[in-house]
Design a protein. Structure first.
Length: 632
């Protein structure tokens, strides 16, 4: 595995983090090429599962450069605080226009049409009264004639047993959304007729799912550095992002058409018509007139922006990017009207004002520095049971390579959170400051060590009372040799919960489906969801109470087997309730042949809240012949 050295890589264990994506983003890179991946929130660390397929390096705090090495697929995990992003990186050969007769389908060396993709089925046993889950994921691609590619993708899941969906949302380890996509790619366009992602802009529709028709044209690359966008037409049933926990939807139709296209400038204009569901309790629909533009001033400076008019109000966004050899910066301002029709279908959580600014300086390979500030204010819609939200965050980061095998990281963060609820006099604000320092050192080819310390201070703004003062410490020692690794780790945290106090004093911040679970047993809810509250309150770090953790993890590759085992002891306290647990897990992955694989994972927790679970998954890769199992 390839680990990024931006800062010590945090431990990633089953169930320890709640993914923020309902599906992994797929990135395709051609052999010998590089792909720059932009991460808006910043990057703390990254990991590549198969570095022999693709290598990744950090260009700055917000950009990762992916280099294609050989054909195949690998997984890229990017972490920022407690957030984790997952990307499927597919490395493909450079396209070659073969000589064909009679319009025959594209073929590989064996004479069969080129097929790629995978299908997997997973069973996860229900935990703590929740239902079990059976999930199926499909990604199928088949090359047709004239460089056309047929795509079929989908994710379907079924709850088995207890049908209390509220428990799934409140206590589940993952989120799944039923979807099915069918599309066709050609050298000049992509057509989808089932579900697809609409990413018109961060202002309105950014990776928003619709079920219907979606056409994207791809113009020829310009001579300059401007990435042109072509005609985009979409119409169908709008599906709100699951992260907002809203049940609103409706019909959506629109188009964006280029009106100016040159080497340095592109301008597009269009409209989106929105008709929300009749049961929607939020703002009215309507037609949105849109225009966006992108301009490359020089090879180092580019700007882009957009404007949208609807229901008598104006929304807009502007951004500037500056990238030089050793330093760079970006700034972005967004103003989304509260009355925008996009709010009626769950594309946005409400009116939004945001500003972001980031600077970085990288004078050499050993030193990387970054500085940033962002502010977001969300004004919830009339009739919403959620609170208004105002957050600002300032951060600074320094990464210094002391030697070839040793580096240190220093990070400072100051965060302000204010929340108010419509019709209530409750106004709660938190100011949090944290300083962390870490060191990663590789002793030799086999041994490496990572250590990190962090102190944190928190106050309530209106009363100017101290809420939190604590510290945390983590260490990880790893030994690897000939396909095997043994990792020992320990950590200690001692501070007072402050964001938990935010939920206790203002439970209306929670999505409606979770408010009932909180009211039923607040203590159990907070203990169960302690590590997930930051997901419900986007970009908010969650301080914990006193906690000590120590464990050991082993991994070994034997022929077609990959065996992993993990054991850790946890001793902590939350709300004056002692928590002592021993967690153990074991996983066996079996490569049946080149195309098929089976994985079985079991885990159990013994202590205050004894639980156990089992996960079984099977996957098949299309286009790969195996020993009796292959399916082409």
């Amino acid at each position: 595995m390839q680990n990024g050295a931006i800062q010590p890589t945090p431990e990633i264990r089953p169930g320890s983090e709640l993914p923020l994506q309902t599906e992994a983003t797929r990135i395709k890179v051609e052999i010998g090429e590089k792909y720059e991946l932009q991460i808006a929130t910043g990057v703390d660390s990254f990991m590549v599962v198969s570095p022999e397929v693709a290598s990744v390096e950090s260009k700055n705090r917000f950009t990762l450069s992916i280099s294609a090495i050989k054909t195949g697929e690998t997984i890229l995990l990017v972490t920022y605080g407690r957030r984790r992003y997952t990307y499927v990186v597919e490395i493909v050969r450079k396209p070659v226009a073969p000589i064909r007769r009679n319009n025959t389908p594209a073929q590989n060396e064996s004479g069969a049409p080129e097929t790629s993709g995978s299908i997997s089925v997973l069973y996860a046993q229900g935990v703590d009264g929740g239902p079990s889950v059976i999930r199926q994921n499909l990604d199928y691609r088949r090359t047709l004639s004239n460089n056309r590619t047929l795509r079929v993708s989908g994710e379907m899941f079924k709850l088995v047993g207890n049908q209390n969906v509220g428990l799934v949302v409140a206590r589940g380890q993952d989120f799944a959304v039923n979807r099915l996509g069918l599309g066709l790619d050609t050298p000049t366009k992509s057509i989808d007729i089932l579900e697809s992602q609409v990413a018109i802009s961060p202002l309105s529709l950014n990776s928003f799912t619709i079920r219907g028709f979606h056409l994207i044209s791809r113009p020829a690359a310009a001579k300059g550095k401007l990435q042109h966008k072509g005609v985009e037409v979409y119409a169908g049933l709008a599906r709100p992002a699951f992260g907002f926990f809203d049940q609103n939807g409706g019909m959506l139709a629109g188009a964006m058409v280029p009106v100016i296209s040159s080497d340095k400038l592109q301008v597009r204009t269009g409209f989106t018509a929105i008709s929300p569901d009749k049961n929607s309790r939020y703002t009215e629909g309507g037609a949105v007139l849109q225009a966006d533009a992108a301009y490359v001033l020089t090879n180092e400076i580019s700007v882009n922006g957009e404007i949208a008019a609807a229901n008598g109000d104006l929304s807009w966004r502007g951004r500037i990017d500056i990238k030089f050899a050793k330093y760079g910066a970006f700034g972005e301002v967004t103003r989304l009207s509260r009355s925008s029709p996009f709010n009626s279908i769950g594309a946005q959580p409400g009116g939004r004002d945001s500003e972001s600014l980031a600077l970085y300086w990288r004078p050499n390979r050993r030193l990387r520095t970054s500085l940033g500030y962002n502010h977001t204010q969300v004004l919830r819609l009339s009739g919403s049971r959620l609170a208004d939200f105002d957050r600002s965050r300032f951060f600074g980061n320094v990464d210094l390579g002391i030697t070839k095998n040793s580096s240190i990281n220093l990070r400072f963060t100051e965060q302000n959170i204010d929340s108010t609820f419509a019709g209530s006099s409750m106004n709660f604000g938190i100011k949090t400051r944290s300083i962390s320092m870490g060191n990663t050192h590789r002793f030799n080819r086999n041994w490496s060590n990572t250590v990190e310390g962090r102190v944190i201070f928190s106050r309530e703004n209106s009363a100017n009372e101290e809420l939190e003062k604590g510290f945390s410490f983590k260490e990880q020692l790893r030994y690897s040799y000939r396909g095997a690794s043994l990792t020992g780790y320990l950590g200690y945290t001692h501070n007072t919960p402050s964001l938990t106090s935010l939920i206790v004093r203002n439970p209306q911040l929670l999505p409606p489906v979770l408010q009932a679970a909180f009211a039923l047993d607040p203590g159990l809810f907070l203990r169960t969801n302690r590590d997930r509250l930051q997901f419900l309150l986007n970009d908010v770090e969650l301080p914990q109470t006193r906690n000590f953790e120590a464990g050991i993890r082993a991994q070994k590759n034997i022929s077609r087997l990959t065996i992993m085992a993990d054991a850790r002891y946890n001793n902590g306290e939350i709300f004056a309730v002692n928590q002592r647990n021993l967690y153990t897990s074991a996983s066996v992955g079996i490569r049946l042949d080149k195309a098929n694989a089976l994985n079985v994972t079991g885990w159990t927790t013994v202590g205050n809240n004894s639980q156990s679970g089992l996960t079984v998954s099977f996957s098949h890769r299309f286009g790969t012949s195996g020993d009796g199992f292959g399916i082409s």
